[in-house]
Ligand binder design. Structure first.
Ligand SMILES: Nc1nc2c(ncn2[C@@H]2O[C@H](COP(=O)(O)OP(=O)(O)OP(=O)(O)O)[C@@H](O)[C@H]2O)c(=O)[nH]1
Ligand SMILES: [Zn+2]
Length: 207
């Protein structure tokens, strides 16, 4: 395993537990960025900025130090063969290419296999996976794999729709562009009717 403080890409999931946010290093880095863009990091309005940004990074990257699987450990025995869907779970994440936010909604469905999970835990999984440098496709896959593995579900369907700041406030500048990704597993992959039901519940019959 690489040294946890080297600059290479970090391992994912529970391997990250020993890593902590280095506030001093962050404060120094933010000062350096301000100087590099031609600002005076010592002017009054910017004095507290490195510390603020360090705290902000600790918050938006907290998922690097959270194993999302912990939220799926407690389940309840319940017979319910049909789909469970929690839709419109708002999230914000950070694109790993530009370190700009992307934000939107996740819709999570699963087909239980004798066990159900607390509904809030699905939203907690989304947050833990979102609060790290991400791409939308990987985030969508990771949520689907977590649910499939830890709920022993007969199927999982995850749909994520998001607006990427790196496409709206800079670069190509397309403010209305929305990106929709989906990951289907088990019954949602094999059965077109189950998948169609999910799409209809999420997007409505017209789409
Ligand atoms: N597939 C995917 N691409 C993303 C995501 N977030 C940002 N991107 C894209 O990552 C790409 C990075 O492209 P590069 O050519 O390396 O960077 P760039 O020169 O800043 O690209 P432009 O954004 O086109 O100016 C861009 O096309 C972004 O739109 C994501 O979640 N998924
Ligand atoms: Zn980006």
């Amino acid at each position: 395993m690489p040294d946890s403080h080297d600059d290479g890409p970090p391992a994912r999931s529970s391997d990250l537990a020993p890593l902590k946010i280095d506030h001093d290093r962050l404060r120094r880095a933010v000062r350096e960025i301000l100087a590099a863009v031609g600002e005076d990091p010592d002017r009054e309005g910017l004095i507290d900025t490195p510390d603020r940004v360090a705290r902000m990074y600790a918050e938006i990257f907290a998922g690097l130090h959270t194993d999302p699987a912990v939220y799926l450990q407690k389940t309840f025995t319940q017979k319910h063969d049909e789909m469970v869907l929690v839709k419109d779970i708002e999230f914000s994440s950070v694109c790993e290419h530009h370190l700009l936010p992307f934000m939107g909604k996740a819709h999570i469905a699963y087909l239980p296999n004798g066990q159900i999970v607390g509904l809030s835990k699905l939203a907690r999984v989304v947050d833990a996976v979102a609060r790290r440098p991400q791409v939308q496709e990987r985030m969508t896959e990771e949520i689907a794999d977590l649910l499939m593995t830890h709920l022993n579900a007969r199927g999982v369907g995850v749909i994520v729709e998001a607006s990427h700041s790196c496409m709206t406030v800079r670069g190509v500048r397309k403010p209305a562009a929305m990106t929709i990704t989906s990951s289907m597993r088990g019954g949602f992959l094999k059965d077109a009717a189950t998948r169609a039901e999910l799409m209809s519940l999420v997007f409505g019959g017209a789409r």
